[in-house]
Design a protein around this ligand. Structure first.
Ligand SMILES: Nc1ncnc2c1ncn2[C@@H]1O[C@H](COP(=O)(O)OP(=O)(O)OP(=O)(O)O)[C@@H](O)[C@H]1O
Ligand SMILES: [Mg+2]
Length: 283
């Protein structure tokens, strides 16, 4: 049969198929372009955040070092006076000074931890084990706060080269934040923790179904002293410390969150693929 413009039906079908293929190809390219654009934006944000945090870190280290000595003095001398004091009221006041000074020491230590790591004791570590042990620490509180815990640990993950205690601190800070966000939202809730290997790194995701983080806060939560929990005793150092520790491990942390839809904290750490002597550990 001959149709308009003198083309046969077969020719038109072939032309249509070719055209559809071209459309599909262009759509795939458009998808790729969008992905690359998104990655570009993400990298730009990371670069901005890390250079901003580096300069805040420098300032923080200076302040922390300056505060360290006078605080050590206050802690030491208040303790000495406390031992000598026989007056109850004076002792109570001295105890207060001592405790407050110790609280300040903790803040200074956290600041130093964020800005420059204490000496790291790195060794081969199993990320699932660190996570398991950290979750054990909070299991009781999670249960009593009515928070359901869902854990999905990928078996046979490669090891990481890490300071066990420091990575445990990272996980603990993230879990505590989720716990606090869920408890404050006052509806129990769920915390899901998942590990998996992606290319040459290991990803750990912590997802809670709490209130989430407003878009205007997303760029600030890693800043030292940014907190929305000031009156509840938050110092705003938890996530800054996480950022510092992960940077020292060649890893990173980022957030996916929509207000009202919970928050996901994603931690990435490089997987160890070779032993020092060059023999393979895991492919
Ligand atoms: N899972 C979460 N859901 C909602 N908001 C969160 C979550 N985790 C962190 N945030 C927000 O990020 C802010 C900064 O967290 P960060 O851990 O640094 O400090 P903090 O928890 O406020 O205080 P600190 O950890 O020193 O006790 C929090 O105050 C909160 O507003
Ligand atoms: Mg915190």
């Amino acid at each position: 049969m001959v149709t308009d413009k003198g083309k046969t039906k077969e020719q038109l079908i072939n032309e249509l198929a070719a055209c559809r293929q071209r459309v599909a190809e262009l759509e795939a390219k458009e998808g790729e372009r969008k992905q690359a654009k998104e990655r570009e934006k993400q990298l730009q944000e990371e670069l901005y955040l890390s250079s901003r945090l580096a300069s805040i870190g420098e300032l923080a280290t200076g302040v922390a070092h300056e505060l360290n000595n006078p605080l050590t003095g206050i802690v030491g001398f208040s303790q000495r006076l406390l031992r000598k004091s026989t007056d109850k009221t004076v002792s109570r006041d001295l105890e207060r000074i001592h405790n407050e000074a110790q609280r300040a020491v903790k803040v200074v230590q956290n600041l130093l931890a964020f800005a420059r790591r204490h000496e790291l004791k790195k060794g081969y570590a199993d990320i699932n084990e660190i996570l398991g042990r950290t979750l054990e620490l909070r299991a009781y509180e999670l249960r009593t706060s009515n928070i359901e815990l869902a854990v999905e640990l990928a078996p046979g993950l490669p090891k990481i080269m890490a300071d066990f205690g420091q990575i445990q601190e990272v996980f603990l800070n993230i879990i505590l934040n989720a716990e606090q966000a869920l408890t404050e939202a006052d509806h129990g809730g769920k915390l899901s923790v998942r590990t998996r290997k992606i290319r040459d790194y290991i990803e750990v995701c912590f997802t809670d179904d709490g209130p989430g983080i407003p878009a205007e806060h997303l760029g600030k939560v890693f800043d030292p002293f940014f907190t929305t929990r000031g009156e509840k005793g938050g110092t705003g150092l938890g996530l800054s410390v996480c950022h510092g520790i992960l940077r020292e491990h060649g890893g990173r942390i980022y957030i996916e969150s929509k207000p009202g839809k919970g928050a996901t904290f994603i931690v990435e750490l490089p997987a160890v693929t070779e032993e020092i002597d060059g023999s393979k550990v895991i492919d």
